[in-house]
Design a protein around this ligand. Structure first.
Ligand code: NAP
Length: 456
Protein backbone atom coordinates (compact mmCIF):
# COMPACT_ATOMS: atom_id res chain seq x y z
CA UNK A 1 0.00 0.00 0.00
CA UNK A 2 2.75 2.51 0.94
CA UNK A 3 3.69 4.26 -2.27
CA UNK A 4 6.83 5.91 -0.89
CA UNK A 5 9.47 3.53 0.34
CA UNK A 6 10.96 5.75 2.99
CA UNK A 7 10.92 8.98 4.99
CA UNK A 8 13.98 11.22 5.16
CA UNK A 9 14.30 13.66 8.04
CA UNK A 10 16.16 16.95 7.76
CA UNK A 11 17.33 19.47 10.36
CA UNK A 12 15.47 22.65 9.34
CA UNK A 13 18.12 24.90 10.92
CA UNK A 14 21.02 23.80 8.73
CA UNK A 15 19.30 21.66 6.09
CA UNK A 16 21.42 18.70 7.12
CA UNK A 17 20.09 15.25 6.36
CA UNK A 18 19.36 13.41 9.63
CA UNK A 19 18.11 9.92 8.87
CA UNK A 20 16.17 7.74 6.47
CA UNK A 21 13.41 5.45 7.76
CA UNK A 22 11.83 2.63 5.77
CA UNK A 23 8.05 2.67 5.80
CA UNK A 24 6.32 -0.42 7.16
CA UNK A 25 5.24 -2.96 4.57
CA UNK A 26 1.63 -4.14 4.38
CA UNK A 27 2.44 -7.37 6.14
CA UNK A 28 4.33 -5.55 8.89
CA UNK A 29 1.34 -3.24 9.41
CA UNK A 30 -1.03 -6.21 9.57
CA UNK A 31 1.20 -7.77 12.22
CA UNK A 32 1.45 -4.54 14.22
CA UNK A 33 -2.33 -4.07 14.25
CA UNK A 34 -2.88 -7.66 15.22
CA UNK A 35 -0.41 -7.38 18.14
CA UNK A 36 -2.10 -4.16 19.27
CA UNK A 37 -5.45 -5.94 19.24
CA UNK A 38 -4.20 -9.02 21.11
CA UNK A 39 -2.52 -6.83 23.70
CA UNK A 40 -5.73 -4.87 24.15
CA UNK A 41 -7.63 -7.89 25.51
CA UNK A 42 -4.94 -8.44 28.18
CA UNK A 43 -4.26 -4.78 28.87
CA UNK A 44 -7.92 -3.95 29.51
CA UNK A 45 -7.87 -6.42 32.38
CA UNK A 46 -5.00 -4.74 34.23
CA UNK A 47 -5.94 -2.69 37.26
CA UNK A 48 -5.90 1.09 37.21
CA UNK A 49 -3.33 0.82 39.98
CA UNK A 50 -1.00 -1.09 37.66
CA UNK A 51 -1.56 1.46 34.88
CA UNK A 52 -0.78 4.26 37.33
CA UNK A 53 2.43 2.48 38.32
CA UNK A 54 3.52 2.41 34.69
CA UNK A 55 2.72 6.12 34.39
CA UNK A 56 5.07 6.74 37.30
CA UNK A 57 7.78 4.75 35.47
CA UNK A 58 7.13 6.74 32.31
CA UNK A 59 7.45 10.02 34.20
CA UNK A 60 10.78 8.91 35.63
CA UNK A 61 12.13 7.93 32.21
CA UNK A 62 10.99 11.23 30.71
CA UNK A 63 12.88 13.00 33.49
CA UNK A 64 16.00 10.84 33.03
CA UNK A 65 16.05 11.15 29.23
CA UNK A 66 14.80 14.74 29.11
CA UNK A 67 17.86 16.29 27.48
CA UNK A 68 18.30 13.64 24.77
CA UNK A 69 14.61 13.76 23.89
CA UNK A 70 14.62 17.54 23.78
CA UNK A 71 17.67 17.55 21.47
CA UNK A 72 15.99 15.11 19.12
CA UNK A 73 12.92 17.32 18.97
CA UNK A 74 15.01 20.43 18.31
CA UNK A 75 17.07 18.93 15.50
CA UNK A 76 13.99 17.47 13.81
CA UNK A 77 11.73 20.53 13.90
CA UNK A 78 13.74 23.58 14.99
CA UNK A 79 12.16 24.32 18.37
CA UNK A 80 14.45 26.31 20.71
CA UNK A 81 16.06 23.81 23.07
CA UNK A 82 14.77 25.42 26.29
CA UNK A 83 11.22 25.10 24.93
CA UNK A 84 11.87 21.45 23.99
CA UNK A 85 12.95 20.75 27.57
CA UNK A 86 9.82 22.48 28.90
CA UNK A 87 7.71 20.34 26.59
CA UNK A 88 9.13 17.14 28.04
CA UNK A 89 8.60 18.51 31.55
CA UNK A 90 4.98 19.22 30.70
CA UNK A 91 4.54 15.58 29.65
CA UNK A 92 5.66 14.62 33.16
CA UNK A 93 2.81 16.62 34.67
CA UNK A 94 0.39 14.68 32.49
CA UNK A 95 1.69 11.33 33.79
CA UNK A 96 1.34 12.57 37.35
CA UNK A 97 -2.15 13.96 36.76
CA UNK A 98 -3.61 10.75 35.34
CA UNK A 99 -1.70 8.50 37.76
CA UNK A 100 -3.40 10.41 40.58
CA UNK A 101 -6.88 10.83 39.10
CA UNK A 102 -7.56 7.93 36.70
CA UNK A 103 -9.08 5.74 39.39
CA UNK A 104 -11.60 8.41 40.19
CA UNK A 105 -12.33 9.32 36.54
CA UNK A 106 -12.90 5.70 35.50
CA UNK A 107 -14.87 4.53 38.54
CA UNK A 108 -18.43 3.33 37.91
CA UNK A 109 -20.85 6.22 38.24
CA UNK A 110 -23.96 5.34 40.20
CA UNK A 111 -27.23 6.85 38.99
CA UNK A 112 -30.51 6.51 40.86
CA UNK A 113 -33.34 5.08 38.77
CA UNK A 114 -36.08 2.50 39.33
CA UNK A 115 -33.36 -0.19 39.15
CA UNK A 116 -32.03 -1.85 42.28
CA UNK A 117 -28.76 -0.52 41.03
CA UNK A 118 -27.84 1.38 37.86
CA UNK A 119 -24.57 2.89 36.84
CA UNK A 120 -22.28 3.94 33.98
CA UNK A 121 -19.30 1.70 33.38
CA UNK A 122 -16.41 3.31 31.50
CA UNK A 123 -15.00 0.56 29.31
CA UNK A 124 -12.12 0.83 26.84
CA UNK A 125 -12.83 0.54 23.11
CA UNK A 126 -9.71 -1.15 21.70
CA UNK A 127 -6.84 0.01 19.48
CA UNK A 128 -7.11 3.75 18.78
CA UNK A 129 -5.31 5.31 15.82
CA UNK A 130 -3.72 8.72 16.41
CA UNK A 131 -2.47 10.95 13.58
CA UNK A 132 -0.31 13.66 15.05
CA UNK A 133 1.49 16.89 14.03
CA UNK A 134 5.10 18.01 14.39
CA UNK A 135 4.68 21.27 16.30
CA UNK A 136 4.71 19.70 19.79
CA UNK A 137 6.08 16.28 18.84
CA UNK A 138 5.96 14.85 22.39
CA UNK A 139 3.16 16.78 24.08
CA UNK A 140 0.57 16.21 21.33
CA UNK A 141 1.20 12.48 21.36
CA UNK A 142 1.32 12.17 25.13
CA UNK A 143 -1.86 14.10 25.70
CA UNK A 144 -3.64 11.57 23.50
CA UNK A 145 -1.78 8.45 24.60
CA UNK A 146 -1.62 8.81 28.37
CA UNK A 147 -5.36 9.07 29.09
CA UNK A 148 -6.23 6.69 26.24
CA UNK A 149 -3.91 3.94 27.46
CA UNK A 150 -4.82 4.55 31.08
CA UNK A 151 -8.48 3.99 30.15
CA UNK A 152 -7.45 0.51 28.94
CA UNK A 153 -7.14 1.05 25.19
CA UNK A 154 -4.07 0.44 23.10
CA UNK A 155 -2.59 3.20 20.92
CA UNK A 156 -1.28 3.27 17.36
CA UNK A 157 0.61 6.39 16.34
CA UNK A 158 1.10 7.79 12.86
CA UNK A 159 3.24 10.83 13.56
CA UNK A 160 4.18 13.67 11.20
CA UNK A 161 6.89 12.43 8.84
CA UNK A 162 9.41 15.16 9.72
CA UNK A 163 9.49 14.00 13.37
CA UNK A 164 9.83 10.27 12.74
CA UNK A 165 12.77 10.07 15.15
CA UNK A 166 10.52 11.44 17.91
CA UNK A 167 7.78 8.98 16.94
CA UNK A 168 10.12 6.03 17.41
CA UNK A 169 11.60 7.51 20.59
CA UNK A 170 8.10 7.76 22.10
CA UNK A 171 7.44 4.10 21.29
CA UNK A 172 10.69 3.21 23.08
CA UNK A 173 9.71 5.29 26.11
CA UNK A 174 6.57 3.21 26.62
CA UNK A 175 8.57 -0.01 26.20
CA UNK A 176 11.17 1.15 28.70
CA UNK A 177 8.47 2.12 31.19
CA UNK A 178 7.27 -1.50 31.12
CA UNK A 179 4.10 -1.22 29.03
CA UNK A 180 3.35 -4.58 27.39
CA UNK A 181 4.43 -4.92 23.76
CA UNK A 182 1.63 -3.68 21.54
CA UNK A 183 0.25 -1.17 24.04
CA UNK A 184 1.84 1.72 22.16
CA UNK A 185 2.87 1.22 18.54
CA UNK A 186 4.39 3.66 16.07
CA UNK A 187 3.61 2.99 12.45
CA UNK A 188 5.47 4.51 9.53
CA UNK A 189 3.04 4.93 6.67
CA UNK A 190 1.95 7.38 3.99
CA UNK A 191 -1.43 9.11 3.88
CA UNK A 192 -3.13 6.64 1.60
CA UNK A 193 -2.08 3.72 3.75
CA UNK A 194 -3.26 5.45 6.91
CA UNK A 195 -6.67 6.15 5.39
CA UNK A 196 -6.86 2.48 4.39
CA UNK A 197 -6.04 1.38 7.94
CA UNK A 198 -9.12 3.20 9.21
CA UNK A 199 -11.25 0.61 7.40
CA UNK A 200 -9.66 -2.18 9.39
CA UNK A 201 -12.01 -3.65 12.03
CA UNK A 202 -9.19 -3.65 14.56
CA UNK A 203 -9.11 0.16 14.67
CA UNK A 204 -11.96 1.29 16.90
CA UNK A 205 -11.58 5.07 16.72
CA UNK A 206 -9.34 7.77 15.27
CA UNK A 207 -7.97 11.02 16.58
CA UNK A 208 -6.20 13.62 14.47
CA UNK A 209 -4.39 16.75 15.51
CA UNK A 210 -3.43 18.73 12.46
CA UNK A 211 -4.77 20.88 9.68
CA UNK A 212 -8.39 21.39 8.79
CA UNK A 213 -7.76 19.73 5.42
CA UNK A 214 -6.40 16.56 7.02
CA UNK A 215 -9.24 16.61 9.58
CA UNK A 216 -11.90 16.74 6.89
CA UNK A 217 -10.30 13.88 4.98
CA UNK A 218 -9.78 11.60 7.98
CA UNK A 219 -13.23 12.32 9.44
CA UNK A 220 -14.85 11.52 6.08
CA UNK A 221 -13.08 8.17 5.89
CA UNK A 222 -13.82 7.35 9.52
CA UNK A 223 -17.45 8.37 9.04
CA UNK A 224 -17.79 5.94 6.19
CA UNK A 225 -16.80 3.11 8.55
CA UNK A 226 -18.70 4.55 11.53
CA UNK A 227 -15.58 5.03 13.60
CA UNK A 228 -15.61 7.73 16.24
CA UNK A 229 -13.22 10.66 15.67
CA UNK A 230 -11.71 13.38 17.80
CA UNK A 231 -10.34 16.31 15.79
CA UNK A 232 -7.97 18.97 17.11
CA UNK A 233 -7.45 21.26 14.13
CA UNK A 234 -6.26 24.73 13.31
CA UNK A 235 -7.02 27.94 15.11
CA UNK A 236 -7.10 31.69 14.61
CA UNK A 237 -7.30 32.88 18.21
CA UNK A 238 -7.93 36.54 18.92
CA UNK A 239 -6.13 38.35 21.68
CA UNK A 240 -8.29 41.34 22.65
CA UNK A 241 -6.47 44.18 24.36
CA UNK A 242 -8.74 46.80 25.93
CA UNK A 243 -7.97 50.37 27.00
CA UNK A 244 -7.52 49.40 30.63
CA UNK A 245 -5.23 46.40 29.98
CA UNK A 246 -2.23 46.20 32.27
CA UNK A 247 0.48 46.22 29.58
CA UNK A 248 3.31 46.44 32.06
CA UNK A 249 2.23 43.23 33.72
CA UNK A 250 1.06 41.26 30.68
CA UNK A 251 3.08 42.38 27.64
CA UNK A 252 5.50 39.44 27.96
CA UNK A 253 2.55 37.05 28.16
CA UNK A 254 1.04 38.54 25.01
CA UNK A 255 4.28 38.38 23.05
CA UNK A 256 4.72 34.81 24.21
CA UNK A 257 1.14 34.03 23.17
CA UNK A 258 2.17 34.72 19.59
CA UNK A 259 5.88 33.91 19.42
CA UNK A 260 6.33 30.76 21.53
CA UNK A 261 7.27 27.70 19.49
CA UNK A 262 8.29 30.18 16.77
CA UNK A 263 4.61 30.96 16.28
CA UNK A 264 3.69 27.39 15.37
CA UNK A 265 0.97 26.73 17.87
CA UNK A 266 -2.68 26.07 17.13
CA UNK A 267 -3.73 28.17 20.13
CA UNK A 268 -1.35 31.07 19.49
CA UNK A 269 -2.67 34.63 19.53
CA UNK A 270 -2.93 35.03 15.78
CA UNK A 271 -4.90 38.28 15.76
CA UNK A 272 -4.33 41.09 18.26
CA UNK A 273 -7.45 43.24 18.39
CA UNK A 274 -6.63 46.41 20.27
CA UNK A 275 -8.87 49.34 21.25
CA UNK A 276 -7.88 52.73 19.84
CA UNK A 277 -6.87 54.55 23.03
CA UNK A 278 -4.17 52.04 23.87
CA UNK A 279 -3.30 51.02 20.30
CA UNK A 280 -0.16 53.14 19.69
CA UNK A 281 1.31 52.27 23.08
CA UNK A 282 0.56 48.60 22.51
CA UNK A 283 2.20 48.51 19.06
CA UNK A 284 5.27 50.35 20.30
CA UNK A 285 5.75 48.13 23.38
CA UNK A 286 5.04 44.97 21.42
CA UNK A 287 7.62 46.00 18.85
CA UNK A 288 10.27 46.57 21.53
CA UNK A 289 9.64 43.13 23.01
CA UNK A 290 9.80 41.46 19.60
CA UNK A 291 13.09 43.23 18.88
CA UNK A 292 14.48 41.70 22.07
CA UNK A 293 13.69 38.12 20.99
CA UNK A 294 16.80 36.15 20.20
CA UNK A 295 16.72 34.43 16.82
CA UNK A 296 19.37 31.85 16.03
CA UNK A 297 20.57 28.31 16.49
CA UNK A 298 17.74 26.41 18.18
CA UNK A 299 20.32 24.35 20.11
CA UNK A 300 21.60 27.52 21.79
CA UNK A 301 19.98 28.02 25.21
CA UNK A 302 19.70 31.77 24.62
CA UNK A 303 17.61 31.36 21.46
CA UNK A 304 13.91 32.20 21.77
CA UNK A 305 12.99 32.07 18.05
CA UNK A 306 14.13 28.98 16.19
CA UNK A 307 13.28 28.03 12.64
CA UNK A 308 10.01 26.89 11.17
CA UNK A 309 9.74 23.12 11.06
CA UNK A 310 10.21 23.04 7.28
CA UNK A 311 11.34 25.62 4.72
CA UNK A 312 8.13 25.31 2.65
CA UNK A 313 6.06 26.51 5.64
CA UNK A 314 7.70 29.93 5.28
CA UNK A 315 6.50 30.18 1.68
CA UNK A 316 2.89 29.86 2.85
CA UNK A 317 3.41 32.62 5.42
CA UNK A 318 5.13 34.87 2.92
CA UNK A 319 2.24 34.58 0.49
CA UNK A 320 -0.32 35.33 3.21
CA UNK A 321 1.67 38.45 4.15
CA UNK A 322 2.32 39.63 0.59
CA UNK A 323 -1.34 39.20 -0.34
CA UNK A 324 -2.36 41.19 2.74
CA UNK A 325 0.10 43.97 1.92
CA UNK A 326 -1.51 44.21 -1.52
CA UNK A 327 -4.79 44.82 0.33
CA UNK A 328 -3.25 47.64 2.39
CA UNK A 329 -1.53 45.99 5.37
CA UNK A 330 1.68 47.60 6.71
CA UNK A 331 4.78 45.70 7.78
CA UNK A 332 6.03 47.26 11.01
CA UNK A 333 9.00 44.94 11.32
CA UNK A 334 10.28 41.62 10.02
CA UNK A 335 9.05 39.66 7.01
CA UNK A 336 12.46 38.33 5.95
CA UNK A 337 12.67 34.69 5.03
CA UNK A 338 15.70 32.48 4.49
CA UNK A 339 15.28 28.73 4.14
CA UNK A 340 13.30 27.65 7.22
CA UNK A 341 14.01 30.86 9.13
CA UNK A 342 11.25 33.47 9.24
CA UNK A 343 11.96 36.76 10.95
CA UNK A 344 9.50 37.74 13.70
CA UNK A 345 7.04 40.03 11.97
CA UNK A 346 4.46 42.61 13.02
CA UNK A 347 1.73 43.75 10.64
CA UNK A 348 -0.77 46.58 11.13
CA UNK A 349 -3.53 48.32 9.16
CA UNK A 350 -5.51 45.12 9.14
CA UNK A 351 -8.97 44.51 7.68
CA UNK A 352 -11.03 41.33 7.96
CA UNK A 353 -10.61 40.63 4.22
CA UNK A 354 -6.87 40.06 4.52
CA UNK A 355 -5.45 36.52 4.56
CA UNK A 356 -3.43 37.33 7.70
CA UNK A 357 -6.74 38.00 9.45
CA UNK A 358 -9.04 35.36 8.08
CA UNK A 359 -6.58 32.48 7.61
CA UNK A 360 -4.43 30.73 10.19
CA UNK A 361 -0.84 32.06 10.11
CA UNK A 362 1.51 29.36 11.38
CA UNK A 363 4.69 31.22 12.25
CA UNK A 364 6.08 34.25 14.14
CA UNK A 365 3.71 36.80 12.61
CA UNK A 366 1.76 39.17 14.85
CA UNK A 367 -1.24 40.82 13.25
CA UNK A 368 -2.49 43.92 15.08
CA UNK A 369 -5.87 45.46 14.32
CA UNK A 370 -7.30 48.69 15.72
CA UNK A 371 -10.94 48.83 16.91
CA UNK A 372 -13.08 51.40 18.73
CA UNK A 373 -14.22 49.57 21.81
CA UNK A 374 -14.78 46.24 23.56
CA UNK A 375 -17.98 45.50 21.69
CA UNK A 376 -16.32 45.89 18.31
CA UNK A 377 -13.32 43.91 19.52
CA UNK A 378 -15.40 40.87 20.48
CA UNK A 379 -17.29 41.09 17.17
CA UNK A 380 -14.00 41.08 15.23
CA UNK A 381 -12.66 38.24 17.35
CA UNK A 382 -15.65 36.11 16.37
CA UNK A 383 -15.09 36.76 12.64
CA UNK A 384 -13.34 33.47 11.99
CA UNK A 385 -14.34 29.99 10.98
CA UNK A 386 -12.10 28.61 13.75
CA UNK A 387 -13.03 28.16 17.39
CA UNK A 388 -10.10 27.18 19.58
CA UNK A 389 -9.95 30.13 21.95
CA UNK A 390 -10.22 33.83 22.69
CA UNK A 391 -8.19 35.81 25.20
CA UNK A 392 -8.85 39.26 26.58
CA UNK A 393 -6.61 41.57 28.58
CA UNK A 394 -8.46 44.06 30.78
CA UNK A 395 -8.73 45.09 34.40
CA UNK A 396 -12.50 45.03 34.21
CA UNK A 397 -13.06 41.36 35.02
CA UNK A 398 -16.77 41.85 35.57
CA UNK A 399 -17.19 43.20 32.05
CA UNK A 400 -14.97 40.46 30.57
CA UNK A 401 -17.09 37.85 32.32
CA UNK A 402 -20.21 39.12 30.57
CA UNK A 403 -18.72 37.63 27.38
CA UNK A 404 -18.26 34.11 28.79
CA UNK A 405 -21.46 32.82 27.19
CA UNK A 406 -20.97 34.72 23.94
CA UNK A 407 -17.49 33.46 23.02
CA UNK A 408 -18.18 30.45 20.83
CA UNK A 409 -14.74 28.86 21.22
CA UNK A 410 -13.44 25.92 23.19
CA UNK A 411 -11.66 28.29 25.58
CA UNK A 412 -11.91 31.84 26.93
CA UNK A 413 -8.97 33.17 28.92
CA UNK A 414 -8.99 36.49 30.78
CA UNK A 415 -5.55 38.06 31.42
CA UNK A 416 -3.75 34.88 30.37
CA UNK A 417 -2.72 33.31 27.10
CA UNK A 418 -4.81 30.38 25.93
CA UNK A 419 -2.86 27.33 27.02
CA UNK A 420 -3.32 23.64 27.67
CA UNK A 421 -3.28 22.24 31.19
CA UNK A 422 -3.70 18.58 32.17
CA UNK A 423 -6.49 19.55 34.58
CA UNK A 424 -8.61 21.46 32.05
CA UNK A 425 -10.43 20.21 28.94
CA UNK A 426 -8.84 21.24 25.65
CA UNK A 427 -10.48 21.38 22.24
CA UNK A 428 -12.29 23.48 19.71
CA UNK A 429 -15.53 24.29 17.98
CA UNK A 430 -16.39 24.96 14.31
CA UNK A 431 -13.46 24.36 11.90
CA UNK A 432 -11.13 23.79 14.88
CA UNK A 433 -12.66 20.35 15.34
CA UNK A 434 -14.56 18.55 18.06
CA UNK A 435 -13.99 16.38 21.08
CA UNK A 436 -11.85 17.16 24.09
CA UNK A 437 -8.42 16.16 25.32
CA UNK A 438 -6.96 16.33 28.84
CA UNK A 439 -8.83 16.39 32.19
CA UNK A 440 -11.70 14.01 32.94
CA UNK A 441 -13.24 14.85 29.55
CA UNK A 442 -10.17 13.58 27.71
CA UNK A 443 -10.05 10.19 29.39
CA UNK A 444 -13.73 9.73 28.56
CA UNK A 445 -13.34 10.31 24.80
CA UNK A 446 -12.28 6.77 23.96
CA UNK A 447 -14.48 4.74 26.28
CA UNK A 448 -17.78 2.99 25.96
CA UNK A 449 -20.03 4.74 28.49
CA UNK A 450 -21.97 1.60 29.18
CA UNK A 451 -25.31 1.72 30.99
CA UNK A 452 -25.71 -1.11 33.49
CA UNK A 453 -29.17 -1.73 34.97
CA UNK A 454 -29.74 -4.36 37.68
CA UNK A 455 -32.94 -5.51 39.39
CA UNK A 456 -32.68 -7.77 42.44
P1 NAP B 1 -1.14 18.34 8.73
O1 NAP B 1 -0.48 18.57 7.44
O2 NAP B 1 -2.59 18.18 8.77
O3 NAP B 1 -0.43 17.04 9.36
C1 NAP B 1 -0.82 16.51 10.61
C2 NAP B 1 -0.68 15.01 10.57
O4 NAP B 1 -1.65 14.47 9.68
C3 NAP B 1 0.67 14.52 10.04
O5 NAP B 1 0.98 13.33 10.72
C4 NAP B 1 0.39 14.24 8.58
O6 NAP B 1 1.28 13.30 8.03
C5 NAP B 1 -1.02 13.66 8.69
N1 NAP B 1 -1.88 13.74 7.53
C6 NAP B 1 -2.21 14.83 6.82
N2 NAP B 1 -3.10 14.52 5.86
C7 NAP B 1 -3.36 13.18 6.00
C8 NAP B 1 -4.18 12.25 5.30
N3 NAP B 1 -4.95 12.62 4.30
N4 NAP B 1 -4.17 10.97 5.70
C9 NAP B 1 -3.42 10.59 6.74
N5 NAP B 1 -2.62 11.40 7.43
C10 NAP B 1 -2.58 12.69 7.07
O7 NAP B 1 -0.82 19.47 9.77
P2 NAP B 1 0.56 20.16 10.05
O8 NAP B 1 0.79 21.20 9.04
O9 NAP B 1 1.61 19.13 10.26
O10 NAP B 1 0.25 20.84 11.50
C11 NAP B 1 -0.18 22.12 11.60
C12 NAP B 1 -1.68 22.18 11.78
O11 NAP B 1 -2.06 21.46 12.93
C13 NAP B 1 -2.12 23.60 12.04
O12 NAP B 1 -3.31 23.86 11.35
C14 NAP B 1 -2.37 23.61 13.53
O13 NAP B 1 -3.22 24.62 13.98
C15 NAP B 1 -2.90 22.25 13.77
N6 NAP B 1 -2.75 21.86 15.19
C16 NAP B 1 -3.88 21.80 15.96
C17 NAP B 1 -3.77 21.50 17.31
C18 NAP B 1 -4.98 21.41 18.19
O14 NAP B 1 -4.86 20.91 19.29
N7 NAP B 1 -6.14 21.90 17.78
C19 NAP B 1 -2.53 21.26 17.85
C20 NAP B 1 -1.41 21.34 17.04
C21 NAP B 1 -1.53 21.65 15.70
P3 NAP B 1 2.58 13.74 7.20
O15 NAP B 1 3.49 14.45 8.12
O16 NAP B 1 3.15 12.44 6.75
O17 NAP B 1 2.12 14.61 6.08
Amino acid sequence: MNTNASIKTINPYNNQFLKEYKLHTDSELTQLLSTSNETFYKWRQTSIKERARLLDNLAQILEDDKHDLAELMTVEMGKPITQSISEIEKCLTLCEFYATNADDFLADELIETDASESFISYDPLGPILAIMPWNYPFWQVMRFAIPTLTAGNTAILKHASNVTGCALAIEKLFEKAGYPKGCFTTILADHETVEKLIENDIIKAVTLTGSEKAGRSIAATAGQYLKKTVLELGGNNACIVLDDANLEKYMDTMVNARMQNTGQSCIAAKRFIVTENIYDTFVSQFKDKVAALKCGDPMDKQTTIGTLARADLGDILKKQIDDSVKLGATIVTGNKQKDAYFEPTIITNITPKMPVFNEETFGPVAVIMKVKNAEEAFKMAALTKYGLGTMVFTQNIEMAETYVDMVEDGAYFINELVKSDARLPFGGTKASGYGRELSKEGIHEFVNRKTVFIKY
